[in-house]
Ligand binder design. Structure first.
Ligand code: 5RP
Length: 262
């Protein structure tokens, strides 16, 4: 079954499988959004079913909430949890300091709230998401629908003074209509190519009225788990300053693949 997965899916699965080892009995866990996070949710569902793992999951989107319930994870809201032991989520880009761009799936607002309310955030990813400087991936910015075109103009004017290479912005669409987030907002994608000072940009963007949250995660991520198509996994922990390597055996997980593949 695992043979039918693309190398990139195998890499995402390997990262998710390794990251699931961070989860301990009794934990309250933030569950990210996206294709890599979906593997994690499926792995945790299997641990709940087969190993009796008891966890409470706080999903970062309705998509993830639906999947978590489907695989048997108890779902609670962030308000019920208040604070989490751990959040595991994907990313669109990460740099050497484990600063991130997130929001490719349009869920970065809830993802940032949940990750910030966690003792630890672990990012799961394939190696293609690693960059020297953030910004090749368009930066998602969640804006309220009211006056979004004015907000877009203000963002473009603000970018003139910022250390970025590109300055075009686009409203994210879902077919012919604007994309709507779980919070009922729109997303502007900022095509910046290179972000010279991500910390400054994040602070400045969030000062613009109409912007709810941008997709830069600065000093939030603690560790990144990088999966590869051959099952190799690298774990970089920014606090410990450690790098560990291990390997996920796809054959050992063949049951899980046939059980959970879409
Ligand atoms: C969703 C996100 C995702 O984590 C990010 O887009 C990565 O997704 P994928 O794992 O599918 O590559 O930020 O808002």
């Amino acid at each position: 079954m695992s043979g039918e997965l693309s190398p990139i899916d195998k890499a995402k699965f390997a990262a998710a499988k390794r990251a699931a080892e961070y989860v301990e009995d009794g934990m309250k866990v933030g569950l990210g959004t996206g294709s890599t996070a979906a593997w994690l949710v499926k792995c945790l569902g299997e641990m709940v079913r087969d190993q009796g793992l008891r966890i409470k999951g706080v999903p970062t989107s309705t998509r993830t909430a639906d999947l978590a319930r489907e695989v048997g994870i108890e779902v609670i809201s962030l308000d019920e949890a208040r604070w989490l032991d751990l959040t595991i989520d994907g990313a669109d880009e990460f740099d050497a300091n484990l600063n991130l761009i997130k929001g490719g799936g349009g869920a970065h607002l809830q993802e940032k709230v949940v990750a910030t309310a966690s003792d630890q955030m672990v990012v799961i990813t394939d190696a293609s998401k690693q960059v020297e400087t953030l910004g090749a991936f368009p930066l998602p910015v969640e804006v309220i629908p009211f006056g979004w075109q004015t907000t877009k103009t203000l963002v473009e004017e603000t970018l003139i003074g910022m250390d970025v290479l590109g300055r075009t912005t686009s409203l994210r669409m879902n077919g012919d209509v604007p994309f709507i987030t779980d919070e009922g907002n729109h997303i502007l994608d900022l095509h910046l190519n290179r972000i010279g000072n991500a910390r400054q940009l994040s602070l400045v963007l969030n000062q613009i009225p109409g912007i709810v949250e941008n997709g830069l995660f600065i000093d939030i991520c603690d560790a990144v788990v990088i999966g590869h198509g051959d099952g190799k996994v690298e774990v970089r922990d920014i606090n410990e300053g450690t790098v560990e390597e291990s390997k996920v055996d796809f054959l050992e997980n063949d049951n899980l693949f046939s059980d959970i593949a879409d």
